[in-house]
Design a protein. Sequence first.
Length: 325
Amino acid sequence: MSRRGKVPSRLHETISAGKNHPLFAKMTKKTLYIPITHPSQIAVSDRVGFLYKDRQCQGRVCRKGSRYAYVVCDDQREFQVPYPLLRKIPGAMGPISSSLSDRRRLAFQINERVGFKNKDRILEAVILRLNPKRAHVLCDNGDEYRVSYGLLKTCAARPGEDRKNPRGEEKLTTVARRARQLLNQHGLENWGFHFDEATRRAGCCRYGRKTISLSHGFAVAATDGEIDETLLHEIAHALVGPSHHHDIVWRAKAIEIGCSGQRCHEFRFTPPRYIVHCENRCWTATAERRTRGGVCRCCHGQLIYLTYSETRYREEIEKATPKKK
């Protein structure tokens, strides 16, 4: 758990190996595997192997970065492995593998009351955001923490209860299968699919990595029709190439394969990050980013940012509304 603005004392249970990390030195090029020289040679959900501490490890790729693949091993350990240290195990693509934090995150919802232990105290709070590794929570006294999902308990949960959300896991599995089906249907068998952590956009197409992705939050909250629309939108990008963006060529291809051809979605699946108002309360709004040095256009007062919660937003709106005489 980490308090806002302080370095966390403990990271999540993922074991990583990256640049200048002590584990990275153990995965040397002594491997007998055929090296992977480019990310496009491996797709998400491919089975891969690598050496770690002179042991052979095998698992599935759950996500791809520009230099590293994120692998969930058969024993549920998680590694971040440079592509040249991987080798691909031949065979059909399997199911999408999820990290431990992703599975735990599905058990919680925004605005849910939870409890967690902080030193010798048990604190209660409301979940503001479900971040990839930790929940951002707001305590009753106004303190904010980022807490590992493994340390959170819902206030209604019984002691020792391991809360799960099988419906959420089942939906993500269904979405991943649907994505794989649509990719194969449109001749993109060598492309991969995964979930990302976007909070505003619904989907993304990465040409260099040959992957399409959906936002984790969008996939959990959206309807089947909205998910199909977004998948086909990204598949149209993959089919026409990176030079067309949202032009008439892309739109024609999108409509041809069953997409509406619209550029943007209007479905908000995550709450805003901030509440912003001027110091004289001329107005109140929401924002995703802070504006450095910004001032109010009406009174030139300083802008004040607060972490968003529904209760706090309603209170700020009431303060900004002029009282009737």
